[in-house]
Design a binder for this molecule. Structure first.
Ligand code: CTP
Length: 407
């Protein structure tokens, strides 16, 4: 359980932060809410107190014997400001300390994440952009606003990112200063990243298919992490049940053949290509145009053929500047066998990096946590172990891909 301060500035999106608070609390964290005075015009103290189970104040004079402006900031392990309005960003950039929230920001030494939310004109104004640059330069993670419908009839950049996206990003930085630093520095700015996610469906007839247990969560985490580090991201999603992260271009596909076409067509020009999807290895030779009917007690025999190996095809067409990353789901009795299987697969596929997953017992599918070994072609680098939430593992994979590019 970690101590999180949820700062709420005075924007209409404050109501969405109630959900953010619940997400943090339900993940077992101890959350203190610090709204600004203007935020209380949108959501009153009773709501924040009931949801957090703690007293809430916006000024430094309440419960002054507890010296809250110092205590809260010093003890926080993560601070998330959502929504972060133009005014809050400006006050934070100037180092003002004119209410409890700005005091807390000045006394904190933990990762700070701000989810920008305001009207498009305010976001695009050079004053705001300069403030954001200043804050990022100081290691503060500022999430760009999402694009979409705003409070009035207009739409554009300015919506607060979804609470699920804010929570996933913020929690990935919790206790991992390198993630907070990469997010603040936006070290993928100017790079194009192509990612596949999900499990393919191979049609047997119009209502039945052969599928697999992939949830797509790892690929979604990679897309979210790359986007938040500044990349232009395209996600090729096979039958995803979760939405694509904000700012990510989604190309939905169904079968391995669709996935191959989309990935191979989109890869030229991408700097990093990640095959996190689980494409079916076999597909029915002759899917039936009509629904297959039962005939008496007879069973059904399906003839299958192998599908194209998308990762191997991507690796074969990649130029020297492109880093192709594959995944390997293996069942192994120990880490030595896992590594040997991984090395053999890395050589067979011809990709630059391989993320090794031990799936003995099916412990990865659908889970929010993951533990992997990242190995590189040519045996030149020691395997890198990464574990934690799928978002944290995604950052470790992106770190390795970026290092290979630089190398
Ligand atoms: N993959 C692919 N095309 C396929 C099957 C798999 O591109 N038709 C990719 C996956 O996205 C993953 C990697 O290959 O990045 C390894 O997947 P895995 O299922 O572990 O390996 P397979 O190629 O299926 O090899 P095997 O069944 O022999 O373990």
């Amino acid at each position: 359980m970690s101590r999180i301060v949820l700062g709420v500035a005075g924007g209409i999106a404050a109501y969405k932060s109630c959900l953010l608070l619940r997400l943090f609390a339900e993940s077992g964290h101890n959350v203190s809410v610090v709204p600004t005075r203007n935020a209380l015009n949108f959501v009153g103290p009773a709501t924040w107190e009931a949801l957090s189970g703690k007293p809430v104040s916006e000024n430094v004079w309440a419960r002054s014997w507890e010296v809250p402006h110092v205590g809260l900031g010093r003890s926080a392990e993560l601070i998330v400001v959502a929504p972060a309005t133009a005014d809050l960003l400006a006050r934070a950039a100037c180092g003002r300390a004119d209410d409890l929230l700005t005091n807390v920001l000045l006394t904190a030494s933990c990762p700070i994440v701000m989810a920008a939310s305001m009207h498009s004109e305010m976001w695009l104004n050079p004053a705001t952009q300069h403030n954001v640059e200043l804050l990022r330069g100081r290691g503060i993670v500022v999430m760009d606003p999402a694009v979409g419908r705003l409070t009035g009839p207009d739409s554009g950049p300015g919506r607060m990112p979804d609470p699920e996206d804010i929570a996933a990003l913020a929690l990935s930085a919790l206790g991992v200063p390198s993630v907070a630093a990469a997010l603040a520095a936006r070290d993928y700015a100017g790079l194009k990243v192509l990612i596949s996610a999900g499990g393919t469906h191979e049609a047997i007839d119009p209502v039945r298919f052969l599928g697999n247990a992939s949830s797509g969560k790892m690929g979604l985490a990679l897309a979210r992490a790359a986007r938040q580090r500044g990349a232009e991201v395209k996600l090729v999603g096979a039958n995803l049940s979760l939405p694509a992260p904000a700012g990510v271009e989604l190309a939905p596909v169904v079968s391995t053949a669709d996935l191959a076409k989309e990935m191979l067509g989109s890869a030229p020009g991408a700097d990093v290509v990640v095959m996190a999807a689980a494409p079916a290895d076999f597909t029915p030779v002759a899917p039936s145009a009509g629904k297959v009917k039962k005939t008496g007690d007879a069973g059904l025999t399906l003839e299958l053929r192998q599908t194209v190996d998308v990762l191997a095809a991507l690796a074969a067409q990649a130029d020297a500047g492109q880093v192709v990353v594959g995944f390997a789901a293996e069942t192994a009795s120990d880490s030595g066998e896992l590594l040997a299987l991984g090395r053999a697969k890395l050589a067979r596929k011809g990709c630059r990096l391989l993320v090794l997953n031990d799936v003995s017992g099916g412990q990865v599918f659908g889970a929010d946590e993951n533990s992997v070994l990242i190995i590189a072609a040519g045996n030149t680098v020691e395997p890198v172990a990464a574990q934690g939430s799928k978002d944290q593992v995604a950052h470790a994979i992106l770190d390795q891909a970026l290092a290979r590019r630089a190398g």
